[in-house]
Design a protein around this ligand. Structure first.
Ligand SMILES: Cc1cc2nc3c(=O)[nH]c(=O)nc-3n(C[C@H](O)[C@H](O)[C@H](O)COP(=O)(O)O)c2cc1C
Length: 198
């Protein structure tokens, strides 16, 4: 595989009826495709079966035998094959949606030593509380979180026709994607050279 190209998975974290998440994810996918370093895929949690009830064993130790529902297979293989992630998340009660937490908790090794960037949206805080919580949780799974995120406060007036009105937004996305590509390459080389000592 070309070491300058990275498999990017964009996760749509909200599953609410009438949600805005897919609009944000589409725009992020367009920015990532234009960037040139990524093979881009969108994984929408609303298309998957992600129950809240977990098996008795921890996914940390169960490896490939972890008994996940058949309807989750596309998510597991996307996470497994990814070199990098962008999590698209709204803010629900100063955190991120339960759908995203469930998707995270069904997996463990799939996140290890891989970079994750965040694009958030919401009311006045633009989803920043959600991202702070996501950074904390994903660090527990040995993921590497990217400093420069994109946050869209009051998205209902800040977007039109599927795009942010802020003319600076594509530039902020480019910075995020540059950092994500750098980490994707560095971490893939490191994983290939040596298994991560998790
Ligand atoms: C249960 C719930 C809690 C929310 N809590 C917050 C919040 O704490 N802060 C905020 O900025 N927006 C909050 N919102 C507004 C959401 O950010 C906004 O509805 C957004 O569109 C949700 O993303 P979605 O459309 O992809 O589901 C909340 C929305 C819901 C449904």
């Amino acid at each position: 595989m070309d070491s300058n190209r990275h498999k990017l998975v964009i996760l749509v974290g909200s599953v609410r009826e009438g949600r805005f998440g897919p609009v944000v994810a589409s725009w992020v996918a367009e920015q990532a495709a234009a960037h040139g370093a990524f093979d881009v895929g969108i994984v929408d949690l609303a298309d998957l079966d992600i129950p809240l009830e977990l098996p008795a064993a921890s996914p940390k130790y169960a490896g490939d035998d972890y008994p996940r529902p058949a309807g989750m297979a596309a998510l597991t293989s996307a996470l497994e094959g990814a070199d990098a992630f962008v999590v698209v998340s709204p803010e629900y009660n100063h955190s991120y949606p339960a759908s995203l937490k469930a998707a995270i908790d069904w997996h463990f090794t799939q996140w290890t030593a891989k970079p994750v960037a965040f694009v958030s949206y919401g009311g006045a805080a633009g989803g920043r509380h959600a991202v702070l919580h996501l950074e904390n949780v994903l660090t527990e799974l040995h993921a590497v979180t990217i400093r420069d995120g994109l946050a869209f406060p009051n998205y209902y007036t800040a977007w039109e026709d599927g795009r942010p009105l802020d003319p600076g937004a594509p530039g902020y996305a480019k910075t995020l994607l540059e950092q994500l590509a750098w980490w994707a390459g560095a971490l893939r080389a490191a994983r290939e050279a040596n298994p991560y000592p998790a």
